[in-house]
Ligand binder design. Structure first.
Ligand code: CAA
Length: 265
């Protein structure tokens, strides 16, 4: 029996392995494209995980080997025909991606196959990305007469630099796993991306959970301000970290030459 056994989703699967949650986008007939129901369900899962102290890391992946997520659902997009409905859809998608990005625990996108448009934007909202050698990533929105609307124009340049991001955005070309690794778009390439994601997640969650939340907060808040302002934030959060009992436990365990037992307190 896991925390998620009672829950039913139409377009997702949510599994629990110990304290690790695995969210699988599951619309294989549409290459796991994000329609509005799927986005709503992702938002619900993120809220659930945010409130659940038993979960310490989240892996996001797609069902099947062909696609992680092939973008926003184009049949739904094609119904949009005015400024207001377009803005509304973008804001609601951004809100879901932002809530994923703001989770205080580590998040890993496990990319097999295509991660295009809104699919790549979903992966960009995670902390790190692990790809299979056959993964292909891109933001092809301009080829549809639209632009990325779930954070891609903002997150991609911040991750890989404006020049590389503009190349991907303006050509709309797909990059393979090797190129994505070279440009820092993905962190690891593995023949077994899900096993690799679990291995990395296990490594992350051995660390003190409050440290992980504070590190994420420091990086997020520091991204768009001066180094001096960022240092202030870092000092404040460092102060919060040393006031935790996990800090006392971590340092004591080091001195006692044993593994620490963190409690998230
Ligand atoms: N939305 C809805 N359906 C999609 C889809 C999408 N994004 N991507 C694929 N599908 C559907 C196809 O329509 C097809 O359905 P049918 O079998 O019913 O015809 C099925 O999935 C399989 O797809 P293909 O036959 O096209 O498979 P392929 O192997 O020939 O090509 C692909 C694969 C290159 C990924 C191609 O499907 C493709 O280009 N998909 C669209 C990618 C894209 O443009 N994504 C960006 C969407 S816009 C966006 O995301 C905006 C935003 O930022 C908010």
């Amino acid at each position: 029996m896991t925390l998620f056994d009672e829950l039913e989703f139409s377009n997702l699967q949510l599994d629990q392995h110990g304290s690790l949650a695995v969210l699988t986008i599951n619309r294989p007939k549409a290459l796991n494209a994000l329609n509005s129901d799927t986005l709503t369900e992702i938002g619900q899962v993120v809220d659930l995980i945010a409130e659940n102290a038993d979960i310490s890391a989240l892996i996001v992946t797609g069902a099947g080997e062909k696609a992680f997520v092939a973008g926003a659902d184009i049949s739904e997009l094609s119904e949009l025909n005015n400024v207001y409905s377009g803005r509304e859809l973008s804001l609601s998608g951004q809100e879901v991606m932002q809530s994923l990005n703001n989770l205080p625990l580590p998040t890993i996108a496990c990319i097999q196959g295509f991660a295009l448009g809104g699919g790549l934007e979903l992966a960009l909202a995670c902390d790190i990305r692990i790809a299979s050698p056959r993964a292909r990533m891109g933001l092809p929105e301009a080829s549809l007469g639209v632009i990325p609307g779930f954070g891609g124009t903002q997150r991609l340049p911040r991750l890989i630099g404006a020049g590389r991001a503009l190349d991907m955005l303006i050509t709309g070309r797909q990059v393979d796993a090797e190129e994505a690794l070279q440009m820092g778009l993905v962190n690891y390439v593995s023949d077994e991306p899900l096993s690799k994601a679990r291995e990395v997640a296990e490594q992350m969650i051995r660390n003190a959970p409050i440290s992980l939340a504070l590190i994420k907060e420091a990086v997020r808040r520091g991204a768009h301000i001066s180094v001096e302002e960022g240092m202030e934030i870092e000092a404040d959060l460092f102060g919060m970290a040393v006031a935790t009992s996990d800090f006392a436990e971590g340092t004591r365990a080091f001195l006692d030459k044993r593994r620490p037992e963190f409690k998230g307190e």
